[in-house]
Design a protein around this ligand. Structure first.
Ligand SMILES: [Mn+2]
Length: 295
C-alpha cells in the first residue's frame, strides 16, 4: 500500500481536516484562486515526500487526515459565501477536528473565524496574518465600482470587528484608509512590515499576547520568487526559510487552533506556489501533531 498524507475518507475518524474553500469572486487583479485548493491537494497526494527532514520521521503515518470541500460557493457574493463557509466550518470545528482551510480568495477566512467566534472568545485568539496587504479596507469602493464589504481587501477589518486581535507580518502596501484604521486600533493591530530587514522572530512572538493563535497565510506575504502564483503579487516579501521558521515557532510556543492558506492562483508555467502551499500545509500538520509523532 502506498502511504498518503490524506489517508482517510472518513472525516469523523480524522484528527485533521483539509477543508477546501474554492471561492473566487472579488478579484481585484489576476484571477484563478478557485483552482488553488485542488492543486494544493494534488501536490499533497502526489509530490510531497512523507519524510520530514527536520523532524526525521514520517508525520503522515501518525496523523489521520481527511479532506472535505465546502459546497455551493460558485457565483455568490462574499456575504453569502461567508455564511456558507461559517455553517459548514462550525460543524467540523465543534467536532474537535484541527482544520487547515485552503482558499480561494482571502475572503474565505472570515467564514472560518466567524464560526470560531461563536464557540470561543475572539479576544483570546490572536490572528497571525502573513500577507503583503493589510486587508483592512471598510469596503472596495476606492478601487471598484461595486461597493463590497466582503471583498478580499476587507477581510481582516471584518475579522477585527469580530473582536480578534491581529498581528500582521510581511505587509508592504496599504491604502490611506487602512493606515488610518490601523493607527486608530494600535492596541489590537500590530504590523511588522517588510523593508529588506528581517524582524527577529522573537519580536513577533512577544507581540502575540494570547496563548491561542490562528494563522492566516496569504501566500503573497512570501516573496513572489517563492510563491509567484497569486492574485496580487508584490515584490520584496518574506524569505522562504524565515516564513517557515516563523510558522513552526508559533506552533511550538503557542496553541494553534486552526489555520488557512489562501490566494494560491495556479500558473500554467510553474507549480511552485501550490507546491509551496502543500509543503507549508504539511509542516503545520507535523508541528501541530508533534506529540503524536514521538509516541
Ligand atoms: Mn490578503
Amino acid at each position: 500500500m502506498i502511504d498518503k498524507i490524506i489517508n482517510t475518507k472518513n472525516v469523523d475518524e480524522a484528527d485533521l481536516v483539509i477543508l477546501s474553500a474554492p471561492y473566487e469572486h472579488s478579484v481585484s487583479f489576476l484571477g484563478g484562486t478557485a483552482k488553488g485548493p485542488n492543486k494544493i491537494i494534488e501536490c499533497l497526494d502526489n509530490y510531497l515526500e512523507l519524510f520530514d527532514i527536520d523532524l526525521k520521521c514520517e508525520p503522515a503515518k501518525k496523523i489521520k487526515t481527511a479532506k472535505k470541500e465546502i459546497s455551493g460557493l460558485k457565483n455568490i457574493g462574499g456575504k453569502e459565501a461567508s455564511k456558507k463557509i461559517s455553517t459548514q466550518y462550525e460543524k467540523i470545528y465543534n467536532d474537535h477536528k484541527f482544520i487547515i482551510m485552503l482558499g480561494g480568495e482571502h475572503t474565505v477566512s472570515y467564514g472560518a473565524l466567524e464560526a470560531i467566534s461563536k464557540k470561543e472568545n475572539p479576544k483570546e485568539i490572536t490572528i497571525l496574518q502573513i500577507d503583503a496587504h493589510q486587508d483592512l479596507r471598510d469596503d472596495s469602493s476606492d478601487y471598484s465600482n461595486k461597493k463590497d464589504k466582503f471583498a478580499h481587501s476587507c477581510v481582516m477589518r471584518r475579522v477585527h470587528e469580530l473582536g480578534f486581535p491581529i498581528v500582521q507580518v510581511g505587509i508592504r502596501t496599504y491604502s490611506k484608509y487602512e493606515y488610518e484604521y490601523w493607527q486608530n486600533n494600535k492596541n489590537t493591530i500590530t504590523v511588522f512590515g517588510c523593508d529588506g530587514k528581517e524582524t527577529p522572530i522573537n519580536k513577533i512572538l512577544e507581540s502575540i499576547k494570547t496563548k491561542k493563535v490562528y494563522i492566516t497565510l496569504d501566500v503573497d506575504g512570501f516573496d513572489p520568487s517563492f510563491m509567484p502564483g497569486t492574485g496580487t503579487p508584490v515584490q520584496g516579501g518574506l524569505d522562504w526559510h524565515y516564513g517557515l521558521d516563523l510558522i513552526t515557532q508559533i506552533i511550538n510556543t503557542k496553541n494553534l487552533i486552526a489555520a488557512d492558506i489562501v490566494e494560491v492562483s495556479p500558473q500554467k508555467e510553474s507549480a511552485l506556489t501550490e507546491f509551496g502551499a502543500a509543503l507549508i500545509c504539511y509542516k503545520i500538520m507535523a508541528h501541530k501533531f508533534k506529540n503524536k509523532l514521538i509516541s
